[in-house]
Design a protein around this ligand. Structure first.
Ligand SMILES: *Cc1c(COP(=O)(O)O)cnc(C)c1O
Length: 434
């Protein structure tokens, strides 16, 4: 057996992110202001987002963007993350495939989301903004942002969907440990929240209500408070490319190159982060890697959605985005992979999918948990329910290799651990999960 885990030295941690927008032959269609139908500008975006992130969002010319030193210093707290050869999983499947995974679950907050939270919080700090705000459902993004804000001395106000605030108290506790002010949404602290509660005092909240409240907070005090987002936007994907850039060097250490790159897909940030650095070699015509985005069967925006302009949120507050979408009013089933319950796909990934540069696959919930349990037994890590989707797709591909007698190299992203999702595993073990 050759090496199990591959690490980089601190000085090999990337010092630049990769901006695929510069290399795309067909650029994503512009985001439109819903009232004027004009393309949004950096100026209009930066009334809610930090100026640096707004500039990155609309940057179609710079391939490489410097990672600020302060952000890179914080990356050193947990990066490089290990690239792991999944010998245990290979053995359990009796497959000739070589399976690797990038283990983002080792970040202090337990998921890849910190890679962008650190960058977004730092830019706010640098622009003299003392407060950041966001929404969170199950709490992965809220936790990452709360920790990042505390590292840079910012106040974080997180609107958490009321029903998960009540039913999933531990991620709320984590956010509070990091000093964030966590408010169940809808709340009486904003106009939007008051309006919703006036109509329905027992409203349980949704990402839509939480986004509306966070955006309102940022919009009413733009000099003092900025809004941040954990997925879908191009600048979030940009920050996540640190994953794939590391993986590229680590695969080289292992003496291999992936035939297939596989990642679960909510809004697209971890998929983009792992895939884009490898995809740039396909764009240059140097490689022929397959890229597979894996979504839940109950929220299949790529495999079953339409490519058209739609809002990014339920309430219709965001700009119009041309993307694969199930429609912003689509209500995904209440599956355990909360991070994958999103109706749309983000402009960049949607364009790449439309142009045939990547593929998509959807996986039933039960199959995803079967794969997660198999992985846990084989590798000792209980995966996040979101990550289980990538594992299930990898299992499908590895079994195809077995049938064909092919030793393909498969690389997937382990986006997070599932230690805060044990109630979902409990249900699985009691046979109550479908
Ligand atoms: C948020 C989340 C996802 C999905 O989001 P993407 O932006 O599509 O990456 C996947 N896994 C975990 C652990 C998450 O927290």
């Amino acid at each position: 057996m050759s090496q199990k885990r591959y690490f980089l030295q601190e000085d090999q941690i990337p010092s630049q992110w990769y901006n695929i927008q510069a290399d795309m032959k067909t650029k994503p269609a512009p985001m439109l202001d819903p009232s004027t139908k004009e393309p949004v500008s950096v100026e209009s975006l930066s009334t809610i987002f930090s100026e640096a992130c707004s500039r990155q969002e609309l940057d179609f010319s710079n391939r490489w963007i410097d990672i600020p030193d302060e952000v890179r210093e914080k990356y050193k707290y947990y990066r490089s993350t290990p690239l792991v050869r999944a010998y245990g999983l290979e053995k359990a499947l009796d497959t000739p495939a070589h399976i690797y995974f990038k283990n983002e679950s080792v970040s202090p907050v337990g998921s890849h989301k910190l890679n962008s939270a650190l960058a977004q919080a730092w830019y706010c700090k640098q622009e003299g903004v003392a407060n950041v705000t966001t929404e969170t459902g199950a709490g992965q993004w809220g936790t990452a942002l709360s920790y990042a804000a505390s590292l840079f001395g910012l106040n974080a106000a997180v609107y958490q969907v009321k029903i998960s605030y009540e039913q999933k108290p531990y991620r709320r506790s984590m956010m509070q440990i990091f000093g964030a002010q966590v408010t169940p949404s809808p709340s009486m602290s904003t106009r939007a929240g008051k309006d919703i509660l006036t109509v329905d005092p027992n409203h349980q909240g949704s990402l839509g209500t939480a986004i509306s409240e966070a955006v309102e907070l940022a919009r009413t005090t733009p000099e003092k408070c900025k809004y941040t987002l954990g997925s879908t936007m191009s600048h979030v994907s940009l920050h996540q490319t640190v994953i794939g850039l590391e993986a590229e060097m680590q695969m080289e250490m292992a003496g291999e190159y992936p035939d297939e790159v596989i990642a679960c897909f909510g809004g697209g940030s971890n998929f983009s982060g792992l895939a884009f650095p490898f995809m740039r070699h396909n764009i240059e015509g140097r490689t022929n890697t397959r890229f597979i985005a894996v979504e839940p069967e109950s929220c299949p925006k790529m495999t079953k959605g339409k490519f058209e302009y739609d809002f990014g949120d339920e309430a219709g507050y965001t700009p119009l985005i041309k993307m694969y979408t199930l429609g912003h009013k689509f209500k995904p089933a209440n599956i355990h992979a909360g991070g994958l319950r999103y109706h749309g796909a983000g402009a960049v990934v949607s364009q790449l999918y439309h142009d045939g540069l990547m593929e998509a696959m959807d996986i039933p919930q039960l199959e995803s948990f079967d794969a997660g349990i198999l992985f846990a037994k084989a590798e000792g890590i209980v995966p996040a329910p979101e990550s289980c989707h990538a594992i299930a797709a990898t299992v499908r591909e590895a079994l195809k290799c077995k049938e064909a007698g092919e030793s393909k190299v498969l690389l997937f992203n382990l986006t997070g651990h599932g230690l805060m999702d044990m109630s979902a595993y409990d249900q699985y073990l009691r046979g109550n999960l479908y």
